[in-house]
Design a protein around this ligand. Structure first.
Ligand code: ADP
Ligand code: ZN
Length: 802
């Protein structure tokens, strides 16, 4: 018999296993095909993971048959290969990665039809003959729905006819209704301005308008507008009712012409075009400073790709997937753009999936999960802001988009472009090694300066015992900015979750001698602890560097900053935006609307405001304590801080000259010094040497193994057993086990071990997960009972080590 492993479309219910089915005689099935299969009394949509010959005796259960193949939904080969690669490289089940690639919401839309097989004969009961007569009268076909409704040609008769070979069963997704989805644009003329001025009480609507005003006037569906402007669909409906959003005329009339390339852009584009034309599948790293016009290079490359009849995949970080970016792309490529966005409604997501698969949308733009787009003739893959942490999926199925993109492009023979102003160390290292061709854009596309970055040293203030949240330089700049009627953003790096200790005299922050990451300060026990190797030392009274006696915990909240700004500038509108505030529905839109209309002059916020925002009247960016991020116990803290400061600096002065004030305790720290100078290469040289010395990526591959349990003892015991197991494997260095930085999460105690794998270590050769634990807790050695109830998470190339 022929057997197919089928992954059902049940991700929402948490099912990602594959199940075994027999392939009926005569059914042609290959890997990647969509099928209907019986599953627990129902019929489900599923995807074929693989097909093989088998012996019935292999199975100790009754193997069910696949009901039918669904036409027009199969996944392309390079995508299937990529899914297998993702599963192997990131230790995610094949089912879980396949589920991510499946078209959304197919099951309820599938139509099944039974048709009479011409010339077939069999002995029939009177009831079956009656049913056959009815089907013949209907033209030889009957749909599943009609079967359910019919008395004489009901389910039992039809399935008997199917078994006897009289009827054939086919399933398909009905073609899309031709009706075009309405596309909307902002109305022109004074009506919109009047609405904005008179309807201040409707912050979400105003916010939506303001976002669309920044984007090209290109039609978008109402679901797209809602998803890309961050408002609900009812907000969009209100605007349509009010005549503020109007139906767009056909889009192709507003195609924008490409910009004339700068000489740097030309050089880069020519290299890319050559790769595309010759089908060489070159891998590029496009390193361009903020504002250097990387987008225009991408758009030209897409244009070239589409002109060759091929398809392009354009990936951006979640936060960058805005109406502005999508508008820009659609302005150039019209209807041929499919947006993949998790906030779109299911029907629209399915529609876009099909348009991509059928080729009517040869350009797919989306965030992380768009890497799974069903494009069968891929010529170009772009990963914009390739250094972004959000490209790593941190829950199952785990994967890193950069690696999948590289794999898929290679399989498809497509050209790959990774782009960034601050490339990841991994990518830059590979570019210098010749794996990627390096393309550089060193100046801004339009003659605007990069903003001035001034460093304000907080140590002196501390020495004088003065409060330091708003140092004199930042205070003066803020006053000047507000006097000029302009606005400011004050930024606090709150990813610095755990508080470390800083010497207020010299700025030094103690680090673990074994792991070169910051110690975390445990106030209760007055100890410093390393969250990689668990080394614990008493919190020192004296600084080991300057012998100063004023070691203090570092950590400032947004509320405190807001309060201090209010005190210093009592007549100024101040707003705060952090995770707490953002939880309230509409709160973010409300704050942005108030910032745009000017009633908020100073915005205090966390990471959430570092990127993506483009408020023309914001001319000052203040970083409250740039060091906080450096003290996160993670080997990437320097890199992340450098990237963040460079991006924050890139925010200011896009439209008019801007200024950045970076307050810190360690002005000489490379992340701060080099980002102030906007000097990537120097930063790279410094940091890569550190990585090499301490053995971190790109010199090893990291695997973070986390043991979580409601019993602290069990978590500890499991981590010990695993550490022992892995330390015996050649090519693996074990660091830890240690308490996780988040030592308790949702009631579970968490311990982890960090594994450093040699670059040529084959991950599939080792065993992973809870089953390594002896009998998963059922063994009889001492301590084994403790191993029950331990969840083991294995994270390859972890994005976070908390
Ligand atoms: P990056 O993504 O590299 O930070 P952008 O792509 O956002 O930079 O470009 C910055 C600005 O420069 C944008 O306003 C863009 O329209 C403009 N720009 C880019 N290329 C050109 C060009 N060749 N001629 C004129 N303006 C350009
Ligand atoms: Zn350590």
């Amino acid at each position: 018999m022929r057997i197919a492993q089928v992954v059902p479309d049940l991700l929402a219910q948490g099912v990602t296993d594959s199940f075994t089915y027999e392939i009926p005689e005569g059914m042609k099935l290959t890997r990647g095909d969509a099928v209907l299969a019986p599953f627990g009394g129902r019929t489900l949509v599923g995807y074929v993971a693989n097909v093989r010959e088998a012996n019935a005796s292999e199975f100790d259960f009754a193997v069910k048959q696949i009901a039918s193949k669904i036409d027009g939904l199969s996944l392309p080969d390079d995508l299937m290969e990529m899914l297998e690669f993702a599963s192997a490289a990131f230790l995610s089940s094949l089912g879980s990665v396949m589920a991510a690639a499946m078209p959304p919401g197919v099951r309820s839309r599938i139509t099944t039809v039974y048709s009479i097989i011409p010339g077939a004969e069999a002995e029939l009961t009177p009831g079956q003959r009656e049913a056959l007569k009815i089907i013949t009268e209907k033209g030889g076909k009957i749909s599943e729905r009609q079967v359910w409704a019919s008395k004489s040609a009901g389910r039992s008769a039809v399935s008997a006819l199917l078994k006897k070979g009289i009827l054939d069963r086919t399933s398909y997704l009905p073609p899309e209704r031709k009706k075009k989805l309405g596309a909307y644009v902002l109305a022109s003329g004074p009506a919109v301005q009047k609405f904005v001025e008179t309807q201040r009480r409707k912050p979400a609507q105003i916010a939506c308008i303001e976002v669309l005003r920044e984007a090209p006037p290109i039609g978008m569906t109402s679901a797209e507008i809602a998803a890309l402007t961050g408002v609900t669909s009812s907000t969009v409906d209100r605007l349509i009712e009010a005549g503020i959003l109007i139906e767009a005329k056909h889009e192709s009339t507003v195609r924008a012409a490409p910009k004339k390339l700068t000489s740097e852009q030309s050089v880069a584009f020519d290299r890319i075009a050559a790769s595309l034309r010759e089908g060489k599948g070159t891998k590029f790293l496009l390193h361009g400073v903020t504002g250097s016009g990387k987008t225009e290079v991408y758009l030209r490359a897409v244009e070239e790709t589409l002109a060759m009849g091929k398809q392009a995949l354009y990936l951006v970080p979640e936060i960058a997937l805005t109406a502005q970016v999508v508008g820009q792309v659609r302005e150039r490529f019209g209807d041929g753009v499919a947006v993949m966005h998790s906030a779109l409604a299911e029907g629209e997501r399915l529609r876009n999936w099909r348009r991509a698969r059928e080729g009517t949308a040869p350009l797919v733009i989306g965030a992380r999960s768009a890497i799974f787009a069903p494009l069968a003739n891929l010529g170009l893959v772009i990963v914009d802001e390739e250094h972004e942490g959000s490209y790593k999926q941190e829950t199952a199925p785990r994967y890193h988009v950069r690696e999948l993109a590289e794999f898929r492009a290679a399989r498809a023979g497509a050209t790959l472009i990774l782009g960034s102003a601050t490339p990841s160390l991994e990518s830059y290292h590979r570019a210098l090694a010749g794996d990627f061709e390096l393309l550089e854009l060193k100046s801004r596309a339009v003659a605007s300066k990069l903003p001035d970055v001034a460093i304000s040293d907080l140590r002196d203030l501390f020495k004088e015992g003065k409060p330091s949240i708003l140092g004199p330089m930042l205070h003066a700049e803020l006053a000047a900015t507000l006097n000029a009627g302009e606005q400011a953003i004050l930024f606090i790096n709150r990813r610095a979750y755990s508080h470390s200790v800083v010497c207020r005299d010299c700025g030094y922050s103690p680090r673990c001698p074994n792991c070169s990451v910051a110690f975390t300060f445990h106030r209760g026990i007055r100890k410093l602890r390393c969250h990689h190797c668990d080394l614990t030392v008493p919190a020192p009274d004296v600084c080991s560097k300057c012998s100063g006696t004023r070691l203090r915990a570092l950590g400032i909240g947004t509320e405190k900053v807001e309060e201090i700004v209010r005190e210093a500038f009592p007549h100024v509108g101040v707003a705060r935006l952090d995770r707490d505030v953002a939880q309230k529905k509409g709160a973010v839109e409300d704050i942005f609307a108030r910032l745009r209309e000017g009633s908020v002059q100073v915005l205090v916020g966390t990471q959430m405001i570092a990127k993506g925002l483009d408020f023309p009247n914001v001319t000052l960016v203040g970083v409250i304590a740039a060091d906080t991020g450096l003290n996160v116990p993670d080997y990437r803290s320097t890199e992340r801080t450098f990237q963040l400061l460079t991006q924050v600096a890139g925010r200011a002065g896009r439209r008019r000259p801007g200024r950045v004030v970076v307050q810190c305790f360690q002005p000489e720290h490379p992340a701060i010094r080099f980002s102030a100078d906007q000097d990537y290469r120097d930063f790279y040289e410094f940091e890569i040497a550190e990585r090499k010395e301490a053995l971190y990526p790109p010199f090893v591959r990291l695997v973070n193994v986390i043991c979580a349990s409601s019993s602290a003892e069990s978590a500890r015991e499991a981590a010990e057993v695993l550490a022992d197991h892995y330390s015996k494997i050649q090519g693996i260095e074990v660091v830890g086990p240690a308490e996780c930085a988040l030592s308790r999460l949702r009631g579970k105690y968490r311990r982890h071990l960090l594994l450093k794998l040699g670059l040529d270590f084959d991950i599939s050769k080792a065993a992973w997960g809870a089953h390594i634990l002896p009998e998963n807790g059922k063994g009889d050695g001492p301590g084994n009972l403790l191993l029950k109830d331990v969840a083991v998470t294995v994270d390859v190339s972890p994005g976070s080590l908390m």
